[in-house]
Design a protein around this ligand. Structure first.
Ligand SMILES: [Zn+2]
Length: 427
């Protein structure tokens, strides 16, 4: 009892750390929900959280003032689908050789350190939160997330999935039986509802914030009872499920099982889109811009200039029509880059943001595109109370651009200021 009293006394005597107050001033701020600009905003930040946002508001005494002049403020951007622990060399060819070399040659520790670099590049480009969806070795994503949260390294907020659940072989191409043992380093292979349920529990034991499931790879497609077990087990503990699914069978199984997001969906039938809209399942279209990557595509797929031009035309048209169809039936879109290709002339952040341009080219208005990477993304991540807009109570994740992102979405590629949790990352 004495010890308890002493402890209480000691607690009372310890001086409270002083409240750190910062103010960000700028020419205007985009309110992403209404799509309106607020002129001369004054954002007051206390201990990393937004305290108040007022047009031409009062500056508290003793506050550190960051005056961004005529710049436009926006909330920090969110990438709902990335792979920070993977950075492929397109000169080595496609996914198969790259994945084999990555898993075979790099330890999880080394990949986590690669993730530090990729995460820093994302953050400096204005991406303040990411959802990292697998291909991180054995829980390297958990290590990176925790290191960022501890302040050991600087990076975006991370939600991580640990190893993706998948059918036999994961996403590797045909391997011989000895090489196939590598698969378990990268994927949690499941067969049947019981194994699926067990793998979900193991992921949460390992530190996952959500579950990623590879619903199809080639002709290997998880069955509805397996998907239902995965969704049930995750939802039972209020965790989300992100499903990699392409084509009729895989997208249908995912939507019927009630996942929270369908990733990629490069091909998807209209009736599945309708089910997604009814069940409020997000689509995360991952079509980064190919313009600027022509040389890498040529090397990677041994193509001529004409072939590359043709592929790009077809890909852009397909992406446009799919986004169009999805938006028309009311499917909500959340931004995801699926970036894992190294491009020597771009940072990871720059490469990841090109996906927003492809949404704009797909016919979405700039404000809708911005919502995919802010409020919609926050909703998909289950973080509407903490991120996605500049509002009291939320983390002070704020970026600034000098132009008008509502007339040209490419302004988001020219972020001049980044703040995460009240800390200035770039100015
Ligand atoms: Zn991916």
């Amino acid at each position: 009892m004495k010890r308890v009293l002493f402890f209480l006394f000691a607690c009372l005597c310890v001086a409270q750390p002083p409240v750190k107050v910062k103010v960000v001033k700028a020419g205007r701020m985009l309110e992403v929900k209404s799509g309106q600009y607020v002129q001369n905003p004054v954002v007051v930040i206390e201990n990393g959280r937004i305290k108040s946002v007022d047009a031409a508001g009062k500056i508290p005494d003793g506050a550190e003032v960051i005056d961004l002049g005529r710049a436009t403020l926006l909330p920090g951007l969110i990438d709902c689908h990335t792979h920070l622990l993977q950075n492929y060399d397109m000169n080595l060819g496609g996914d198969d050789p790259n994945m084999l070399l990555t898993v075979g040659q790099m330890s999880t520790a080394k990949r986590a350190l690669l993730g530090v670099k990729m995460g820093r590049e994302d953050l400096e480009a204005g991406i303040t939160t990411v959802r990292d969806l697998g291909n991180s070795g054995h829980n390297g994503d958990v290590a990176l997330r925790d290191a960022i949260n501890e302040g050991w390294v600087v990076g975006p907020r991370m939600l991580v999935s640990t190893r993706a659940l998948a059918a036999a072989g994961g996403q590797f191409g045909g391997l011989n039986p000895i090489a196939q043992q590598l698969v378990e380093e990268e994927y949690a292979v499941v067969a049947g509802p019981d194994e699926a349920r067990k793998a979900v529990r193991q992921a949460f034991y390992d530190g996952a914030d959500l579950i990623k499931v590879i619903v199809n790879t080639g002709p290997r497609v998880l069955a509805l009872d397996e998907m239902k077990a995965i969704v049930d087990e995750a939802h039972r503990v209020n965790k989300k499920v992100a499903a990699h699914a392409i084509g009729d069978l895989a997208t249908r199984v995912s939507a019927d099982a009630g996942v929270d997001s369908i990733e990629h969906a490069y091909t998807i039938p209209d009736d599945v889109l309708k089910t997604m809209a009814e069940k409020k399942i997000f689509m995360v279209p991952t079509d980064p811009r190919l313009e600027g990557m022509e040389d890498l595509i040529k090397t990677r797929y041994h193509m001529t200039d004409d072939q590359v031009a043709n592929v790009m035309k077809q890909r852009n048209a397909a992406a446009k029509s799919r986004i169009d169809r999805a938006v028309k039936v009311g499917v909500r879109i959340a931004a995801g880059s699926d970036m894992y290709d190294g491009n020597p002339s771009w940072t990871r952040g720059f490469a990841s943001l090109t996906v927003l341009e492809s949404y704009a080219e797909g016919g979405m208005a700039p404000i809708e595109v911005i919502r995919t990477a802010t409020v919609n993304a926050a909703d998909l991540l289950g973080m509407t109370r903490t991120i996605g807009s500049i509002e009291p109570g939320k983390f002070a994740d704020i970026i600034a651009v000098s132009g008008d992102p509502l007339t040209d979405i490419r302004e988001l590629h020219k972020v001049t200021f980044v703040m995460k949790g009240g800390e200035v990352i770039r100015k």
